[in-house]
Design a protein around this ligand. Structure first.
Ligand code: TRP
Length: 521
């Protein structure tokens, strides 16, 4: 697709806000603070920043460069670059088969070996285009369960302002959350509302929808978190929480915490699912990808740090115990905010859930937009049609996650099929889907994207895209005029090439093997 046909961001700031909106999500708020607290506080933050630099940024740059150079959705981006390099794809397919054999022999994990082998065969047959296909597919799958949690945040926002979150202890909080999650119809309402809002935004287009919404919502998100931080750190006894969150303890840094940091950096930047390829494709050619990427990673980390400073000082000041995930968000925090003296519990809860809803919505918008871009390009349909059809399909699929948490018994056949498929695992559909997507597909996609960018697409092409300014013939990396900047450029390209070719693939592979349990510490 040419530059003129494709809709573009109106400003670099809008692009940064949209990508930061995708990156900043539930992971920043319910996961990062807790794993930091448990893994050595400030020491872990340093490791995490290192991971951002080692794999986060290089892979992010690769995705943006692929998107902008091809001006395409994920599938189109892989098709565009693959031409002429089919042979490399076949070589990697061979390596994949070898890897599958090794996994089968050394870990006896035949399921994993079979998955790796299947992907390798698909790459052999269709080339790296299958990676693009998986990217868009996984975006839809993730949206289907993210929407259920997003729906909960909307319902809790309403409850906070209606004064319904006025419970004082764990039992009441647990009961309230349990009742909501078990009420299938209510959760369906929340989920439909959530997907509806995302659809509304995507329907309006890139500039008037996604960009406008992000430019409005992201500053509000930061404002709200600053308000909460100020409230939390000024509570008597907040110091304990700050020291739980940030006090450096290098003795807690182990191989395990490093891999946790790697996995989270990857997840937090929304890498590995083509969202950034899609967002990069809306970027005009005269914008600086490098500095925008640094800003995005910066905002993402900043919000995660602020979330920790809002949550733990309050939790410790009110003598609660820290946790992560839904129990932190839907139970511990509401009780904590209620316990703050001054009977403004409803307000603090309200502020917090609006913040959470914004974080969840901007991520959902990016997921839907990725799928919409793919459908528009490959099914040759209009944006409006794509948004409507995809929202309906994703919404229908989301019913599975929604009702598997609420009450399977409404769908006895489905329950049976699900138990048959995942017989040995205890969780519900939502948790299983989350596990499959974030532990398996995301790192695998990320690995393949890094390999593709570093080896197939070639570092030279990528670098020219990263340094391109404007529509003119991309600059050559030769010395034209300013030799000092040329030297800097060559150095950064060398560093980037080292990371994207070797470090990022090796580390993502390791994170993946760790996440699926082949590598253990
Ligand atoms: N980055 C999101 C977070 O920190 C989670 C996430 C991972 C995500 N991949 C995504 C969100 C893709 C939207 C789209 O919570």
């Amino acid at each position: 697709m040419s530059q003129t046909q494709r809709e573009h961001w109106g400003s670099t700031w809008g692009f940064i806000m949209a990508a930061a909106g995708s990156a900043i999500g539930l992971g920043n708020i319910w996961r990062f603070p807790y794993i930091t607290g448990m893994n050595g506080g400030g020491a872990f933050v340093l490791v995490y920043l290192g991971c951002m630099l080692l794999i986060g940024l290089p892979v992010m740059l690769a995705e943006f460069a692929m998107g902008r150079a091809s001006q395409s959705d994920p599938i189109g981006a892989f098709q565009y670059f693959q031409k002429g390099s089919e042979i490399i794809g076949k070589c990697f397919a061979g390596v994949g088969i070898l890897l599958a054999a090794l996994i089968a022999v050394f870990s006896s994990n035949y399921g994993l070996a079979a998955v790796v082998a299947l992907i390798a065969l698909a790459v052999y047959r269709w080339g790296f285009t299958v990676v693009g296909f998986f990217c868009s597919l996984v975006a839809m799958l993730i949206l289907s369960y993210y929407a259920v949690i997003g729906g909960w945040t909307l319902l809790y926002t309403y409850d906070a302002f209606a004064g319904n979150l006025n419970f004082a202890n764990h039992d009441e909080a647990g009961k309230m959350f349990g009742q909501m999650a078990a009420n299938g119809w209510l959760c369906t309402l929340g989920m439909v509302l959530y997907i509806g809002i995302c659809a509304f935004v995507c329907y309006a287009g890139v500039k008037k929808g996604v960009e406008l919404a992000s430019k409005l919502l992201m500053p509000i998100l930061f404002l709200l978190i600053v308000v909460l931080v100020l409230r939390a750190v000024t509570l008597p006894g907040a110091g304990k929480g700050i020291s739980f969150f940030l006090k450096p303890d290098f003795s807690k840094i182990s191989e395990k915490s490093i891999l946790d940091a790697l996995g989270h950096a990857f997840y937090s930047l929304s890498l590995g699912m083509g969202i950034l390829i899609t967002y990069g494709s809306y970027l005009p050619r005269n914008r600086n990808i490098l500095s925008a990427s640094v800003s995005i990673a910066f905002f993402d980390t900043l919000l995660a740090m602020l979330a920790g400073l809002a949550i733990f000082p309050a939790v410790f000041a009110m003598n609660m115990s820290p946790a992560q995930g839904p129990s932190l968000i839907f139970q511990i925090l509401p009780i904590t905010f209620n316990a703050i003296p001054g009977s403004l519990g409803w307000l603090w809860n309200g502020v917090f859930f609006v913040l959470l809803a914004i974080a969840a919505l901007t991520s959902g918008i990016s997921l839907l937009e990725c799928a919409v871009a793919t459908a528009m390009q490959h099914l040759k349909i209009s944006r409006q049609k794509a948004v409507i059809v995809l929202s309906l399909v994703i919404g229908a699929f989301a019913l599975l996650s929604c009702w598997s948490v609420a009450d399977w018994s409404c769908f006895p056949q489905l329950e049976k099929m699900f138990k048959g498929l995942f017989g040995s695992v205890k969780g519900n559909f939502l948790d299983e889907l989350d596990y499959i997507c974030s532990s398996w597909i995301l790192p695998l996609d990320g690995l393949l994207i890094a390999i593709f960018a570093g080896w197939v697409l070639g570092v030279g092409k990528c670098a020219r895209e990263l340094y391109r300014r404007g529509d003119a013939e991309p600059l050559t990396l030769s010395c034209s005029g300013n030799c000092r900047s040329k030297l800097n450029m060559q150095l950064s390209v060398k560093a980037w090439s080292l990371f994207v070719r070797f470090v990022a693939p090796l580390l993502t592979l390791l994170t993946f093997l760790y996440a699926v349990g082949v590598v253990k510490f």
